[in-house]
Design a protein around this ligand. Structure first.
Ligand SMILES: NC(=O)c1ccc[n+]([C@@H]2O[C@H](COP(=O)([O-])OP(=O)(O)OC[C@H]3O[C@@H](n4cnc5c(N)ncnc54)[C@H](OP(=O)(O)O)[C@@H]3O)[C@@H](O)[C@H]2O)c1
Length: 293
């Protein structure tokens, strides 16, 4: 069944996700702060909303895909936020990666206005967003998830119910801790290979199917070899996720030493002005720290 969806945030992830919703036959009212980024969606049949609240007017559900906790608070609860356009019984699904605590707070604010809220962050990267093969981790009410499952299915090949409000974001931060350490692992391995004078393509061929194989090896190492630093996932966004994970772990009194190291290495990348490059540029931070770049 086709739905009317307010979609907020047409960035690297949001744009292809909204395109997949259009392809599945849903009507999209899209809002993006920088209007020019809406062009591909409008060309594919979406209509443009003037504000986040306008995007929500008449929509069965609203999807937000913006950057960080304060951004999600702004686009949902701010003066022109989606909540003020939502009808009673409509559903807001935030698919950004943000703080679990903030997700719970937004859920409570929505509930007070008679609006359902799910935290449904995703993993799978830009390619997963393009292919409609993201994996969503969902927190909130199970009946609410079941109501929007057909919509999420247009963007995600895997949808996992994690439990109470905020638990989708908690799951995503676990995912990001594992990702951060994998990024550091492939970066150090490739920096070592280069220092040793190995042929990097041959090395990749030799090790990618073995015990060191990973999504990061398949997706980031070829870009490192090609010296392609354009972002699928920006270092600054990975740093945002590490910060959220470390804050969350601190609340739980759990020191995460490896994650802290990954944060410091990526901080070195940011200090050199590479925050807007893809996470594969972490290899350059490893080399720069050793004065080998
Ligand atoms: N990229 C990935 O591989 C990936 C994978 C999984 C999850 N994520 C998560 O998905 C979310 C989006 O990532 P992305 O890569 O799509 O980021 P992005 O390309 O930087 O896009 C961010 C979007 O959010 C909008 N935005 C940010 N702050 C805003 C605010 N205060 N008010 C209104 N709009 C605001 C931006 O609008 P403007 O166009 O005006 O800047 C843009 O449309 C993040 O939480 C990220 O951690 C990303």
């Amino acid at each position: 069944m086709s739905s009317t969806i307010g979609f907020i945030g047409a960035g690297t992830m949001g744009r292809p996700m909204a395109l997949n919703l259009l392809k599945a036959g849903h009507s999209i009212k899209a809002y993006n702060r920088t209007k020019a980024k809406l062009e591909p969606l409008l060309a594919a049949g979406a209509t443009a909303a003037d504000s986040c609240s306008d995007a929500a007017v008449g929509a069965d559900s609203v999807i937000t895909m913006v950057s960080d906790s304060p951004d999600v608070q702004e686009v949902i609860l701010g003066d022109a936020g989606a909540l003020w356009g939502c009808g009673k019984g409509s559903i807001v699904v935030d698919m950004s990666t943000i703080s679990p605590t903030v997700a719970v707070e937004i859920g409570e604010a929505c509930k007070q206005r008679g609006v359902e809220f799910l935290d449904a962050p995703v993993t799978g990267g830009e390619q997963g967003a393009v292919n409609g093969t993201l994996s969503a981790m969902v927190g909130g009410n199970l009946d609410t998830l079941n109501a929007v499952r057909p919509i999420l299915s247009a963007m995600c090949s895997k949808i996992t119910y994690m439990g109470m409000s905020g638990s989708g974001q908690s799951a995503k931060l676990c995912n990001q801790v594992i990702c951060a350490l994998n990024i550091l692992a492939v970066s150090e391995g490739m920096a070592l290979a280069q220092a040793a004078g190995l042929d990097l393509v041959t090395l990749l061929h030799a090790i990618k199917g073995g015990a060191a194989g990973s999504w990061m090896m398949d997706n980031l190492v070829p870009k490192m070899i090609d010296e392609n630093w354009s972002p699928g996932f920006r270092i600054s966004l990975q740093q945002k996720d590490i910060r959220l994970a470390l804050e969350w772990a601190q609340e739980l009194s759990l020191p995460l030493l490896g994650t802290t190291t990954a944060q410091q290495v990526m901080r070195a990348a940011e200090a050199r002005g590479w925050g807007d490059q893809g996470t594969q540029a972490t290899v350059n931070a490893v080399k720069a720290i050793a004065d080998r770049l």
